[in-house]
Write a protein that binds this ligand. Structure first.
Ligand code: NAD
Ligand code: MG
Length: 396
Protein backbone atom coordinates (compact mmCIF):
# COMPACT_ATOMS: atom_id res chain seq x y z
CA UNK A 1 0.00 0.00 0.00
CA UNK A 2 1.37 3.41 -1.00
CA UNK A 3 0.48 6.34 1.21
CA UNK A 4 -0.05 9.52 -0.80
CA UNK A 5 -0.35 13.12 0.29
CA UNK A 6 -2.29 15.32 -2.12
CA UNK A 7 -1.33 18.98 -2.03
CA UNK A 8 -4.26 20.82 -3.63
CA UNK A 9 -6.80 18.05 -2.99
CA UNK A 10 -9.86 20.26 -3.64
CA UNK A 11 -8.64 21.37 -7.07
CA UNK A 12 -8.95 19.93 -10.54
CA UNK A 13 -5.76 17.81 -10.35
CA UNK A 14 -6.72 16.81 -6.80
CA UNK A 15 -10.06 15.46 -8.04
CA UNK A 16 -8.42 13.52 -10.89
CA UNK A 17 -5.85 12.04 -8.49
CA UNK A 18 -8.53 10.91 -6.05
CA UNK A 19 -10.42 9.38 -8.96
CA UNK A 20 -7.38 7.27 -9.93
CA UNK A 21 -6.83 6.27 -6.29
CA UNK A 22 -10.48 5.14 -6.06
CA UNK A 23 -9.91 2.82 -8.99
CA UNK A 24 -6.87 1.24 -7.37
CA UNK A 25 -7.88 1.02 -3.71
CA UNK A 26 -5.65 -1.95 -2.92
CA UNK A 27 -2.47 -0.15 -3.95
CA UNK A 28 -2.93 3.53 -3.09
CA UNK A 29 -4.28 5.37 -0.09
CA UNK A 30 -5.15 9.07 0.15
CA UNK A 31 -3.27 9.37 3.43
CA UNK A 32 -3.17 13.17 3.61
CA UNK A 33 -5.32 15.80 1.90
CA UNK A 34 -4.22 19.43 1.78
CA UNK A 35 -6.16 22.48 0.59
CA UNK A 36 -6.40 26.18 1.18
CA UNK A 37 -9.88 26.88 2.60
CA UNK A 38 -12.74 25.22 0.75
CA UNK A 39 -14.54 23.24 3.48
CA UNK A 40 -17.57 22.49 1.30
CA UNK A 41 -15.34 20.61 -1.13
CA UNK A 42 -13.10 19.03 1.49
CA UNK A 43 -15.84 17.57 3.68
CA UNK A 44 -17.20 15.09 1.09
CA UNK A 45 -13.61 14.15 0.11
CA UNK A 46 -12.94 13.24 3.75
CA UNK A 47 -16.06 11.12 3.93
CA UNK A 48 -15.29 9.33 0.66
CA UNK A 49 -11.55 8.78 1.10
CA UNK A 50 -11.09 8.60 4.89
CA UNK A 51 -7.62 10.19 4.97
CA UNK A 52 -5.62 10.00 8.17
CA UNK A 53 -4.77 13.72 8.14
CA UNK A 54 -6.42 16.72 6.52
CA UNK A 55 -4.59 20.02 6.43
CA UNK A 56 -6.34 23.32 5.74
CA UNK A 57 -4.00 26.27 5.23
CA UNK A 58 -6.72 28.64 6.44
CA UNK A 59 -7.07 28.20 10.21
CA UNK A 60 -10.73 29.19 10.36
CA UNK A 61 -11.48 26.63 7.63
CA UNK A 62 -9.64 23.98 9.64
CA UNK A 63 -11.81 24.77 12.70
CA UNK A 64 -15.02 24.62 10.63
CA UNK A 65 -13.99 21.31 9.08
CA UNK A 66 -13.04 19.84 12.47
CA UNK A 67 -16.48 20.72 13.83
CA UNK A 68 -18.28 19.34 10.79
CA UNK A 69 -16.46 15.98 10.58
CA UNK A 70 -17.95 12.87 12.10
CA UNK A 71 -15.53 12.15 15.01
CA UNK A 72 -15.90 8.39 14.54
CA UNK A 73 -13.97 8.75 11.24
CA UNK A 74 -10.88 9.52 13.35
CA UNK A 75 -9.52 12.11 10.89
CA UNK A 76 -6.96 14.54 12.28
CA UNK A 77 -7.38 18.15 11.01
CA UNK A 78 -4.31 20.38 11.10
CA UNK A 79 -3.34 23.94 10.12
CA UNK A 80 -0.18 26.07 10.19
CA UNK A 81 3.00 25.78 8.09
CA UNK A 82 4.83 23.54 10.56
CA UNK A 83 2.07 20.92 10.49
CA UNK A 84 2.09 20.95 6.69
CA UNK A 85 5.85 20.43 6.55
CA UNK A 86 5.56 17.60 9.08
CA UNK A 87 2.86 15.93 6.99
CA UNK A 88 4.79 15.88 3.71
CA UNK A 89 8.00 14.65 5.36
CA UNK A 90 6.50 11.87 7.54
CA UNK A 91 8.25 8.51 7.29
CA UNK A 92 5.00 6.71 6.46
CA UNK A 93 4.31 8.95 3.44
CA UNK A 94 5.55 7.43 0.16
CA UNK A 95 4.54 9.95 -2.46
CA UNK A 96 3.34 13.52 -2.72
CA UNK A 97 1.11 14.88 -5.46
CA UNK A 98 2.21 18.51 -5.78
CA UNK A 99 -0.94 20.21 -7.13
CA UNK A 100 -1.27 23.46 -5.23
CA UNK A 101 -1.67 26.24 -7.77
CA UNK A 102 1.06 28.88 -8.03
CA UNK A 103 4.00 29.94 -5.91
CA UNK A 104 2.19 28.77 -2.76
CA UNK A 105 3.12 25.22 -3.72
CA UNK A 106 6.86 25.77 -3.61
CA UNK A 107 7.64 25.45 0.10
CA UNK A 108 5.74 22.22 0.85
CA UNK A 109 6.83 20.63 -2.44
CA UNK A 110 10.48 21.44 -1.83
CA UNK A 111 10.19 20.06 1.71
CA UNK A 112 8.93 16.77 0.25
CA UNK A 113 11.82 16.80 -2.23
CA UNK A 114 14.34 17.27 0.60
CA UNK A 115 12.71 14.36 2.43
CA UNK A 116 13.35 12.12 -0.59
CA UNK A 117 9.70 11.44 -1.39
CA UNK A 118 8.42 10.34 -4.77
CA UNK A 119 7.15 13.64 -6.19
CA UNK A 120 4.29 13.72 -8.69
CA UNK A 121 4.82 17.23 -9.96
CA UNK A 122 1.83 19.16 -11.33
CA UNK A 123 2.74 22.50 -9.71
CA UNK A 124 4.88 23.83 -12.56
CA UNK A 125 5.21 27.25 -10.90
CA UNK A 126 7.40 25.68 -8.18
CA UNK A 127 9.91 24.55 -10.79
CA UNK A 128 9.71 27.82 -12.71
CA UNK A 129 10.70 29.67 -9.52
CA UNK A 130 13.34 27.33 -8.18
CA UNK A 131 14.58 25.22 -11.14
CA UNK A 132 18.21 24.58 -10.28
CA UNK A 133 17.65 24.51 -6.53
CA UNK A 134 14.77 22.05 -6.96
CA UNK A 135 16.64 19.64 -9.23
CA UNK A 136 19.78 19.84 -7.05
CA UNK A 137 17.68 19.05 -3.97
CA UNK A 138 16.12 16.04 -5.71
CA UNK A 139 19.54 14.76 -6.70
CA UNK A 140 20.90 15.19 -3.18
CA UNK A 141 17.97 13.46 -1.44
CA UNK A 142 17.28 10.85 -4.12
CA UNK A 143 13.68 12.06 -4.51
CA UNK A 144 12.20 10.77 -7.74
CA UNK A 145 10.51 13.53 -9.74
CA UNK A 146 7.72 12.40 -12.05
CA UNK A 147 6.15 15.02 -14.31
CA UNK A 148 2.34 15.15 -14.15
CA UNK A 149 1.96 18.08 -16.54
CA UNK A 150 0.61 16.27 -19.61
CA UNK A 151 3.29 17.58 -22.00
CA UNK A 152 6.19 16.75 -19.71
CA UNK A 153 4.66 13.42 -18.91
CA UNK A 154 4.39 12.70 -22.64
CA UNK A 155 8.02 13.72 -23.20
CA UNK A 156 9.10 11.60 -20.23
CA UNK A 157 7.31 8.59 -21.73
CA UNK A 158 9.11 9.14 -25.08
CA UNK A 159 12.59 9.29 -23.52
CA UNK A 160 14.96 6.38 -22.91
CA UNK A 161 15.03 4.98 -19.39
CA UNK A 162 18.54 6.26 -18.72
CA UNK A 163 17.24 9.81 -19.29
CA UNK A 164 14.10 9.17 -17.22
CA UNK A 165 16.30 8.12 -14.31
CA UNK A 166 18.47 11.22 -14.53
CA UNK A 167 15.96 14.07 -14.84
CA UNK A 168 17.51 17.49 -14.48
CA UNK A 169 20.99 16.26 -15.33
CA UNK A 170 20.42 14.19 -18.45
CA UNK A 171 22.35 14.63 -21.67
CA UNK A 172 19.80 14.90 -24.49
CA UNK A 173 22.42 15.21 -27.21
CA UNK A 174 24.37 12.24 -25.90
CA UNK A 175 21.17 10.19 -26.10
CA UNK A 176 20.55 11.04 -29.74
CA UNK A 177 17.81 13.57 -29.04
CA UNK A 178 17.62 16.57 -31.33
CA UNK A 179 14.45 18.34 -30.17
CA UNK A 180 11.75 18.27 -27.56
CA UNK A 181 8.51 19.34 -29.21
CA UNK A 182 6.19 20.86 -26.65
CA UNK A 183 2.66 20.88 -28.04
CA UNK A 184 -0.12 23.25 -27.00
CA UNK A 185 -3.67 23.73 -28.23
CA UNK A 186 -3.37 27.50 -28.59
CA UNK A 187 -6.28 27.86 -26.16
CA UNK A 188 -9.71 29.37 -26.73
CA UNK A 189 -8.39 32.44 -28.60
CA UNK A 190 -6.42 30.65 -31.30
CA UNK A 191 -8.65 32.07 -34.03
CA UNK A 192 -9.90 35.26 -32.36
CA UNK A 193 -8.92 38.39 -34.33
CA UNK A 194 -5.94 39.86 -32.47
CA UNK A 195 -7.55 43.31 -32.17
CA UNK A 196 -10.45 41.72 -30.26
CA UNK A 197 -8.28 39.99 -27.65
CA UNK A 198 -8.45 42.99 -25.33
CA UNK A 199 -12.24 42.50 -25.05
CA UNK A 200 -12.09 38.86 -23.91
CA UNK A 201 -13.73 38.16 -20.54
CA UNK A 202 -12.62 35.78 -17.76
CA UNK A 203 -15.48 33.42 -18.67
CA UNK A 204 -14.31 33.29 -22.31
CA UNK A 205 -10.67 32.82 -21.26
CA UNK A 206 -11.58 29.95 -18.92
CA UNK A 207 -13.52 28.08 -21.60
CA UNK A 208 -10.71 25.84 -22.82
CA UNK A 209 -11.58 23.88 -25.97
CA UNK A 210 -10.12 20.53 -24.79
CA UNK A 211 -9.17 20.50 -21.10
CA UNK A 212 -11.12 21.13 -17.90
CA UNK A 213 -8.78 22.85 -15.42
CA UNK A 214 -8.60 25.37 -12.58
CA UNK A 215 -9.11 29.08 -13.37
CA UNK A 216 -5.46 30.22 -13.21
CA UNK A 217 -4.07 27.61 -15.61
CA UNK A 218 -7.08 28.14 -17.90
CA UNK A 219 -6.25 31.85 -18.27
CA UNK A 220 -2.58 30.93 -18.72
CA UNK A 221 -3.62 28.58 -21.53
CA UNK A 222 -5.55 31.37 -23.25
CA UNK A 223 -2.47 33.66 -23.15
CA UNK A 224 -0.11 30.73 -23.75
CA UNK A 225 1.76 31.79 -20.64
CA UNK A 226 1.04 28.21 -19.66
CA UNK A 227 3.19 27.01 -22.56
CA UNK A 228 5.81 29.56 -21.53
CA UNK A 229 5.86 28.21 -17.97
CA UNK A 230 6.01 24.70 -19.43
CA UNK A 231 8.94 25.70 -21.62
CA UNK A 232 10.81 26.73 -18.47
CA UNK A 233 9.61 23.57 -16.70
CA UNK A 234 10.96 21.47 -19.61
CA UNK A 235 14.26 23.33 -19.52
CA UNK A 236 14.83 22.14 -15.95
CA UNK A 237 13.32 18.65 -16.11
CA UNK A 238 15.11 17.66 -19.29
CA UNK A 239 18.22 19.85 -18.97
CA UNK A 240 17.32 21.30 -22.38
CA UNK A 241 18.75 24.36 -24.10
CA UNK A 242 17.06 26.87 -26.39
CA UNK A 243 17.97 24.97 -29.57
CA UNK A 244 16.54 21.74 -28.16
CA UNK A 245 13.12 23.16 -27.12
CA UNK A 246 10.40 23.93 -29.65
CA UNK A 247 6.74 24.90 -29.19
CA UNK A 248 4.21 23.54 -31.69
CA UNK A 249 0.53 24.47 -31.76
CA UNK A 250 -1.66 21.39 -32.12
CA UNK A 251 -5.30 22.43 -31.62
CA UNK A 252 -6.79 18.95 -31.06
CA UNK A 253 -4.69 18.11 -27.93
CA UNK A 254 -4.45 14.45 -28.94
CA UNK A 255 -0.66 14.39 -29.16
CA UNK A 256 0.56 15.55 -25.74
CA UNK A 257 4.16 16.25 -26.87
CA UNK A 258 6.97 14.62 -28.84
CA UNK A 259 10.67 13.83 -28.89
CA UNK A 260 12.60 14.11 -32.15
CA UNK A 261 15.70 11.92 -32.47
CA UNK A 262 18.87 12.38 -34.51
CA UNK A 263 17.99 9.57 -36.93
CA UNK A 264 14.72 11.24 -37.99
CA UNK A 265 12.43 9.31 -35.62
CA UNK A 266 9.76 11.24 -33.76
CA UNK A 267 8.18 9.58 -30.71
CA UNK A 268 4.86 10.95 -29.50
CA UNK A 269 2.49 10.13 -26.66
CA UNK A 270 -1.20 10.31 -27.56
CA UNK A 271 -4.41 9.98 -25.62
CA UNK A 272 -7.70 11.61 -24.76
CA UNK A 273 -7.14 14.94 -23.01
CA UNK A 274 -7.75 13.74 -19.46
CA UNK A 275 -5.24 14.36 -16.66
CA UNK A 276 -6.00 10.96 -15.10
CA UNK A 277 -3.68 9.41 -17.74
CA UNK A 278 -0.48 11.25 -16.75
CA UNK A 279 -1.47 11.04 -13.06
CA UNK A 280 -1.92 7.26 -13.26
CA UNK A 281 1.35 7.00 -15.17
CA UNK A 282 3.22 8.86 -12.42
CA UNK A 283 1.52 6.91 -9.65
CA UNK A 284 2.43 3.53 -11.10
CA UNK A 285 5.68 4.23 -12.99
CA UNK A 286 7.25 2.02 -14.28
CA UNK A 287 4.09 -0.09 -14.11
CA UNK A 288 0.68 0.71 -15.65
CA UNK A 289 -2.66 0.91 -13.83
CA UNK A 290 -6.28 1.70 -14.69
CA UNK A 291 -6.99 5.42 -14.90
CA UNK A 292 -10.63 5.41 -15.94
CA UNK A 293 -9.78 7.21 -19.20
CA UNK A 294 -11.52 5.97 -22.34
CA UNK A 295 -9.17 4.54 -24.97
CA UNK A 296 -8.45 6.95 -27.80
CA UNK A 297 -10.74 6.24 -30.75
CA UNK A 298 -8.84 7.11 -33.93
CA UNK A 299 -11.98 6.94 -36.05
CA UNK A 300 -13.54 9.84 -34.15
CA UNK A 301 -10.31 11.83 -33.72
CA UNK A 302 -10.28 12.82 -37.38
CA UNK A 303 -7.56 15.26 -38.40
CA UNK A 304 -4.51 16.29 -36.45
CA UNK A 305 -3.11 19.68 -37.39
CA UNK A 306 -0.08 21.77 -36.43
CA UNK A 307 1.09 25.36 -36.75
CA UNK A 308 3.71 27.72 -35.41
CA UNK A 309 2.84 30.07 -32.51
CA UNK A 310 2.46 33.74 -33.43
CA UNK A 311 4.09 35.93 -30.77
CA UNK A 312 1.89 38.90 -31.65
CA UNK A 313 -1.08 36.80 -30.50
CA UNK A 314 0.81 35.24 -27.59
CA UNK A 315 3.25 37.85 -26.21
CA UNK A 316 3.39 36.00 -22.85
CA UNK A 317 4.95 32.99 -24.57
CA UNK A 318 7.71 35.16 -26.01
CA UNK A 319 8.30 36.80 -22.60
CA UNK A 320 8.67 33.37 -20.99
CA UNK A 321 11.11 32.08 -23.59
CA UNK A 322 13.20 35.22 -23.17
CA UNK A 323 13.01 34.99 -19.35
CA UNK A 324 14.18 31.39 -19.57
CA UNK A 325 17.21 32.53 -21.54
CA UNK A 326 17.94 35.25 -18.95
CA UNK A 327 17.80 32.84 -16.02
CA UNK A 328 16.29 32.11 -12.65
CA UNK A 329 15.71 35.72 -11.53
CA UNK A 330 13.73 36.54 -14.64
CA UNK A 331 11.59 33.40 -14.46
CA UNK A 332 10.80 34.00 -10.78
CA UNK A 333 9.79 37.60 -11.54
CA UNK A 334 7.69 36.54 -14.51
CA UNK A 335 5.87 33.91 -12.48
CA UNK A 336 4.99 36.30 -9.64
CA UNK A 337 3.94 39.09 -12.02
CA UNK A 338 1.76 36.68 -13.96
CA UNK A 339 0.01 35.34 -10.85
CA UNK A 340 -0.84 38.89 -9.83
CA UNK A 341 -1.97 39.87 -13.33
CA UNK A 342 -4.11 36.75 -13.80
CA UNK A 343 -5.77 37.28 -10.41
CA UNK A 344 -6.54 40.90 -11.39
CA UNK A 345 -7.94 39.76 -14.74
CA UNK A 346 -10.11 37.07 -13.09
CA UNK A 347 -11.39 39.72 -10.64
CA UNK A 348 -12.42 41.90 -13.59
CA UNK A 349 -9.90 44.65 -12.79
CA UNK A 350 -7.81 44.54 -15.98
CA UNK A 351 -8.28 43.44 -19.58
CA UNK A 352 -6.95 40.22 -21.07
CA UNK A 353 -4.14 41.90 -23.03
CA UNK A 354 -3.07 43.82 -19.89
CA UNK A 355 -1.72 40.55 -18.46
CA UNK A 356 1.22 40.61 -20.89
CA UNK A 357 1.78 44.32 -20.21
CA UNK A 358 2.08 43.78 -16.44
CA UNK A 359 4.42 40.86 -17.03
CA UNK A 360 6.63 42.85 -19.42
CA UNK A 361 6.81 45.85 -17.08
CA UNK A 362 7.78 43.70 -14.11
CA UNK A 363 10.53 42.06 -16.17
CA UNK A 364 11.82 45.50 -17.20
CA UNK A 365 12.01 46.41 -13.52
CA UNK A 366 14.27 43.45 -12.87
CA UNK A 367 17.49 44.35 -11.12
CA UNK A 368 20.24 41.83 -10.87
CA UNK A 369 19.62 39.66 -7.85
CA UNK A 370 21.53 36.51 -7.23
CA UNK A 371 19.30 33.68 -6.12
CA UNK A 372 21.14 31.07 -4.13
CA UNK A 373 18.56 29.97 -1.58
CA UNK A 374 14.84 29.42 -1.09
CA UNK A 375 14.77 32.60 1.00
CA UNK A 376 16.22 34.63 -1.92
CA UNK A 377 13.57 33.22 -4.26
CA UNK A 378 10.71 33.94 -1.86
CA UNK A 379 12.03 37.48 -1.28
CA UNK A 380 12.18 38.20 -5.02
CA UNK A 381 8.68 36.73 -5.42
CA UNK A 382 7.35 39.06 -2.68
CA UNK A 383 9.18 42.07 -4.08
CA UNK A 384 7.77 41.44 -7.57
CA UNK A 385 4.23 41.10 -6.21
CA UNK A 386 4.63 44.55 -4.70
CA UNK A 387 5.85 46.04 -8.00
CA UNK A 388 3.05 44.28 -9.89
CA UNK A 389 0.52 45.58 -7.35
CA UNK A 390 1.67 49.15 -8.01
CA UNK A 391 1.48 48.67 -11.78
CA UNK A 392 -2.00 47.16 -11.43
CA UNK A 393 -3.27 49.98 -9.24
CA UNK A 394 -2.21 52.50 -11.90
CA UNK A 395 -4.14 50.47 -14.51
CA UNK A 396 -7.51 50.48 -12.69
P1 NAD B 1 -7.20 24.46 -8.98
O1 NAD B 1 -7.39 25.94 -8.91
O2 NAD B 1 -8.32 23.63 -9.51
O3 NAD B 1 -6.83 23.90 -7.53
C1 NAD B 1 -5.85 24.51 -6.75
C2 NAD B 1 -5.64 23.78 -5.43
O4 NAD B 1 -4.61 24.48 -4.72
C3 NAD B 1 -6.87 23.79 -4.53
O5 NAD B 1 -6.96 22.56 -3.85
C4 NAD B 1 -6.57 24.90 -3.51
O6 NAD B 1 -7.15 24.69 -2.23
C5 NAD B 1 -5.07 24.80 -3.41
N1 NAD B 1 -4.46 26.07 -3.00
C6 NAD B 1 -4.61 27.28 -3.58
N2 NAD B 1 -3.89 28.20 -2.92
C7 NAD B 1 -3.27 27.56 -1.90
C8 NAD B 1 -2.40 27.95 -0.86
N3 NAD B 1 -2.02 29.23 -0.70
N4 NAD B 1 -1.95 27.00 -0.01
C9 NAD B 1 -2.34 25.71 -0.12
N5 NAD B 1 -3.18 25.28 -1.08
C10 NAD B 1 -3.63 26.20 -1.95
O7 NAD B 1 -5.87 24.22 -9.83
P2 NAD B 1 -5.50 22.99 -10.78
O8 NAD B 1 -6.03 23.23 -12.12
O9 NAD B 1 -5.80 21.70 -10.08
O10 NAD B 1 -3.92 23.18 -10.90
C11 NAD B 1 -3.05 22.83 -9.84
C12 NAD B 1 -1.62 22.86 -10.33
O11 NAD B 1 -1.45 21.84 -11.31
C13 NAD B 1 -1.21 24.17 -11.00
O12 NAD B 1 0.12 24.45 -10.69
C14 NAD B 1 -1.35 23.87 -12.48
O13 NAD B 1 -0.47 24.62 -13.29
C15 NAD B 1 -0.96 22.39 -12.52
N6 NAD B 1 -1.54 21.67 -13.65
C16 NAD B 1 -2.89 21.56 -13.76
C17 NAD B 1 -3.46 20.89 -14.85
C18 NAD B 1 -4.95 20.71 -14.97
O14 NAD B 1 -5.40 20.04 -15.89
N7 NAD B 1 -5.76 21.25 -14.09
C19 NAD B 1 -2.62 20.35 -15.83
C20 NAD B 1 -1.24 20.49 -15.69
C21 NAD B 1 -0.71 21.15 -14.59
MG1 MG C 1 0.37 21.14 -19.49
Amino acid sequence: MQNMVILGATGSIGASTLSVISQNPDTYRAFGLVAHSNVDKMLPLCEAHRPQIVHMVDEAAAATLRAALDPTLGIEVTSGEQALLELVTRDDVDSVMAAIVGAAGLVPTLAAVHAGKRILLANKEALVMSGQLFMDAAKASGAQILPVDSEHNAIFQCLPESVQQNLGFCDLNGNGIRHILLTGSGGPFLNTPIEQLKLMTPAQACKHPNWSMGPKISVDSASMMNKGLEYIEARWLFNANKEQLKVVIHPQSVIHSMVQYRDGSVLAQLGNPDMRTPIAHCMAYPQRIESGVEPLDFFTVGQLSFCEPDFSRYPCLELAIEACRQGQEATTVLNAANEMAVAAFLAGNIGFTDIAKVNAQCLQNLTCNSLTSLEDILALDAQTRQVAGEILSRMN
